[in-house]
Design a protein around this ligand. Sequence first.
Ligand code: SF4
Length: 483
Amino acid sequence: MLITDSLLLDYKRCSRRAFLNIHGDPKQKDFKRDFLLKLRQENQRHIDSVLEAFYPHYQCPSPSGNSWREKAQATEALMGQGVECIYQGTLWCSNLSYEYLGRPHLLIKQPGESKFGNWYYYPVSIHLGRRAKPEYKLMGTFYAYLLAIIQETSPSNPQLVIRPLKHSSVDVMQWLPKLQLILEECVTILDKDEQPEVFITRQRCNLCQWYSHCYAIAHAQKHLSLVPGVTPSRYQTLQELGIHNTPSLAEADVHTLEEGIGKSLGRKLQQQAYALIHNFALPRSSHHPDMEKKIAPATVELYFDIEAEPERNLDYLLGVVVVDYLTQTRTFFGFLAETPHEEEKIWYQFLDLVNRYQNAPIFHFSEYEVDTIKRLGNLYQTPEEEIEHLLSRFIDLHHYVITSVIFPVENYSLKSLANWLGFHWRDPGINGDQCVCWYDQWLTTGDRSLLASILRYNEDDCLATLHLKNWLFEFFSKTEFDF
Ligand code: SF4
């Protein structure tokens, strides 16, 4: 069996993903999303900037053929010649049962002893993240492990380069035992016929190409990972209590559940499962005391949503729907920076609009809008009092939802909630990630239809927030509370 660095990385993230990559049916994979391709391009840009800043003089192996064995031979030939810096090298070695393959971004020559002479190499891997994540350290250790076999000396100082152009060392002595354990587990699981169980988490599964396949299985099984609040460790506890799916969680003996998982959490998870099974919303016992007052209808209400490009640290669209109940009008304003330099311009356009309605509440759905107002106010030196007054009008519906209502949804995103409430985006299947890609494409192609699509998506986000707010008001007006 061939164990590659990318397989090991996938295994570290999700054992099922590594298993499906080897044994799964490729026809069941989702198409590569634009966002994945964009991440790949960003990664290459980052690699290029690291090369330019620190390693401008490098050599690439020129193999006689395309196979990884030939690439590994060409890399070893450069190492034997004592080339200072090797970019895109391939490391390969084998034992009786397995072959190992790694492709560190760089191999850097260092004085010392190895089978090549009085020098050896250490690996440098370049990553898009802003902190040295455990999986990056694992990869650095894997490359050091392969190098130790190939050059017959162990490099003690694998390096990571994270953003923005920051070096970090990997403690090989600390990571080597972990690597050996993970390698053992990985080959044991990959050698079996049995697929590791599905466990859906938004963060981990979001960009995985097996998502639709796994989700269909989880949905058919009414898998507990689809109940918000069920983490892998809580899942383990629930299994030990004999609770294996959403209906059994909804019907479980509450005392057993509370004893096993904690009183308040046990009850919360059970109510969440109950809401999902019966498809209705329940008020939480922690219902926010000033909720009805906060969401009571006002003469004018504003609904605010932002589109951002994190790579450029840019908020390029500030969208507001103004609902005026006196004039019975609903108007969308999309302040859009057609170039990154126009962020300041749209900030002042936004301030002009919101200051026209000094007393109107501004509804939004996440902390991001508040953080952005602070960032833009600071960046463009808007008086602090103005920002404070503006933020005092902000009402984060996400906060009120998660503290006050249990919805029959698998996650508490605006999309899930509004869809359940019957609101539909005009362009189905689009999300914020897609808008980031469209904006990027607009900047390179000048295709205005992309801007129109982004504006439509943003307006629908604002309208979904309005739909949610109206539903919440009605729900809390009708609900009688007994707590
Ligand atoms: S979708 Fe999630 S559970 Fe399925 S393979 Fe990918 S990461 Fe693993």
